[in-house]
Ligand binder design. Structure first.
Ligand SMILES: [Zn+2]
Length: 148
């Protein structure tokens, strides 16, 4: 298992990139257990006018086809939403590293109930990026999580 903080740094870099592009600062990456990076990505709802481009789905697409996800690690700056939690279960990821879940809990409890190991690092930069963005763009955030 790679160092959780070290692999979270890759997702944070993606979130910073998204913020610099004017988007929602959520980044994610997929690693092998030996620490090999398979793909990373960030939320591109605003940039690509694409509501399906969450951090996790962007990383998932960028990682390309994989035979199995059982031994892969999904790392994301924010607790995965229902849509991304569904992806995690659908493809059989067993380990998820979360930057923070204070802003948003998403499907964390449901993933845990289903035997997925969640490590929540409660990272201050992840929390500050999200709370700052939500304060300035509440309508974009609500759109992203399907709230009115
Ligand atoms: Zn999502």
């Amino acid at each position: 298992m790679p160092d959780p903080a070290a692999i979270l740094a890759v997702a944070i870099q993606e979130a910073r990139l998204g913020l610099a592009e004017g988007g929602i600062p959520i980044g994610a990456a997929i690693f092998r257990a030996d620490g090999t990076l398979l793909g990373s990505g960030h939320n591109r709802r605003v940039q690509h006018n694409d509501p399906s481009a969450h951090g996790e789905t962007d990383a998932f697409r960028n990682a390309g086809r994989q035979r199995s996800y059982r031994d892969l690690i999904m790392v994301t700056t924010l607790a995965p939403c229902w849509y991304c939690s569904g992806l995690i279960r659908q493809f059989g990821f067993k380990t998820v590293i979360v930057g923070e879940s204070r802003t948003f809990q998403g499907g964390i409890a449901w993933l845990k109930e289903n035997g997925i190991a969640i490590q929540d690092l409660d990272n201050p930069e992840c929390f500050q990026m999200m709370t700052g963005y939500i304060r300035q763009n509440p309508e974009v955030w609500n759109e992203d999580i399907g709230e009115d």
